[in-house]
Write a protein that binds this ligand. Structure first.
Ligand SMILES: NC(=O)c1ccc[n+]([C@@H]2O[C@H](COP(=O)([O-])OP(=O)(O)OC[C@H]3O[C@@H](n4cnc5c(N)ncnc54)[C@H](O)[C@@H]3O)[C@@H](O)[C@H]2O)c1
Length: 439
């Protein structure tokens, strides 16, 4: 089957490559010539574990092609997936300008019977608008479908090839049947293919992301209460999570969620609710709670240094919004670093893969260190923002030796506070009582 992905970012590149891996002829189309040139030259524009090998194998086999040419990519395609970005606009709603442009550019090249599928996360009603945009340019008959994507960066290939479920929204059975065929290789373990109306499918994605974001903000609020009342969030989490009605997933306290999805999706659904005269109390609070949470580590650092960070140097371990990705969109690390710089502190930062992206944002306002140990040289404190595996068991004696004072603010609760006391560190996590050492 000829399948075309419009937009070759995290979603378009991963899903297009996986469709190619299951034998389809896939075109990945993008307006970004440099990205397409890089891919055609054997490079990969993003960091995603396992992706490089998969892209190369399928490109070498001739099943995966990269282009900026709409005519080449769209003509004769059976399925055209829209995977362009849907960032938030100035009011917090989803900005659909890339979706509109994709729809209008593909329209002249559509073949009768093609299925145009929105995989981008879009507000309810967008697929109907896509139909209008295409019909404004062309009168070729086509099917519309919504197919929300649930992959997570850092585990994207596994998530896509072994999904918990596939959701599609359609008007006609023909479109549902064709998509079911396309997805069958990934559903061999009897995971469900759930077909529903287009509006419901569009809503599923927002509802799922908002639920997950709510869990994170909830546990962060519990952590903040724990700190004030002398409880330990690690114990509370265990006591809660073993309740089968609650479970453990997405109940890790931290420095706030970031990334290209949760922040914008929570705001976009809230905005959609308001447009429809529904008061999104929970969604607004989730967003507000998360924004505040991104300041928690700065507040702790500032309190520790009696409100005066001027002239201090802080090491930051972890810049990406989560491990196993180089994505820094809405990352809590950026919020902390900007606050530290504003307060007159210097920052030495390290991340296994995200440094290049941060350099584009922050330039030389901070020092970048290749190894996370180097970032600890002569610093007054260390802040941990991303739970990369290599940060979990560092050589604490060496870290202590490098630092001016053994002071750690851990935004991901990686270490055992008791052991940190024994190791001689002042250690402050999220929702934990800081230990007795004073650094
Ligand atoms: N990143 C994720 O983890 C994830 C997961 C699920 C869903 N989503 C959703 O998928 C969508 C895409 O997200 P992403 O992270 O892949 O975005 P991205 O920014 O990584 O990639 C989008 C790509 O679309 C290209 N593009 C823009 N306009 C175009 C046009 N008219 N024609 C062709 N290409 C065009 C851009 O150049 C860019 O390469 C968003 O709606 C997002 O919310 C993302």
């Amino acid at each position: 089957m000829k399948v075309t992905m419009i937009g070759t970012g995290y979603v378009g590149l991963v899903t297009g490559t996986c469709f190619a891996e299951s034998g389809n002829d896939v075109y990945c189309l993008d307006v970004d010539q440099s990205k397409v040139d890089l891919l055609n030259g054997g490079g990969i524009p993003i960091y995603e574990p396992g992706l490089t090998e998969l892209v190369r194998r399928n490109a070498d086999a001739g099943r995966l092609k990269f282009t900026t040419d709409y005519a080449e990519a769209i003509s004769d395609a059976k399925c055209v997936f829209i995977c362009v970005g849907t960032p938030q606009d100035e009011n917090g709603a989803a900005d659909l300008k890339y979706v509109q442009s994709a729809a209008e550019q593909m329209a002249p090249h559509l073949t009768p019977g093609t299925i145009v599928i929105c995989k981008s996360t879009v507000p309810v009603g967008t697929n109907r608008r896509v139909r209008g945009w295409v019909e404004g340019v062309s009168d070729t008959q086509f099917y519309s479908a919504s197919n929300p994507e649930f992959l997570k960066e850092g585990a994207a290939i596994d998530d896509f090839t072994k999904p918990d479920r596939v959701v599609v929204g359609v008007d006609e059975e023909e479109a549902s049947d064709a998509l079911h065929e396309l997805y069958k290789p990934f559903l061999r373990t009897e995971k469900p293919f759930i077909s529903m109306g287009i509006e419901s499918a569009e809503m599923v994605k927002y509802a799922a992301n908002c639920m997950l974001a709510t869990k994170i903000s909830f546990i962060n609020e519990m952590a903040n209460i724990c700190e004030e009342v002398g409880a330990d969030i690690n114990d509370v989490r265990k006591g809660m999570g073993h309740d089968a009605r609650i479970g453990f997933s997405f109940l890790f306290p931290g420095a706030g969620y970031g990334g290209s999805c949760f922040p914008k999706d929570v705001r976009a659904l809230a905005s959609l609710a308001e447009d429809n005269k529904v008061n999104p109390r929970i969604l607004r609070t989730v967003d507000e709670t998360n924004n505040e949470q991104k300041n928690v580590l700065f507040r702790k650092l500032s309190d520790y240094f009696d409100g005066d960070l001027n002239g201090r140097t802080v090491a930051v371990w972890g810049l990406s919004f989560k491990p196993r990705t180089d994505d820094i969109r809405e990352a809590p690390s950026l919020v902390l670093i900007r606050s530290l710089l504003e307060a007159g502190a210097s920052v030495k930062a390290s991340d296994p893969v995200a440094v290049e992206n941060v350099q584009k944002e922050l330039g030389d306002s901070i020092e970048y260190c290749e190894h996370h140990y180097d970032a600890c040289q002569d610093v007054d404190a260390l802040a941990i923002l991303t739970e990369w595996s290599e940060f979990r068991n560092p050589d604490f004696d060496y870290v202590k030796l490098k630092m001016k004072a053994p002071v750690i603010f851990d935004g991901r609760n990686l270490y055992d506070p008791k052991k940190m006391t024994e190791r001689g560190f002042y250690y402050s996590g999220i929702g934990l009582k800081p230990n007795e050492n004073n650094g």
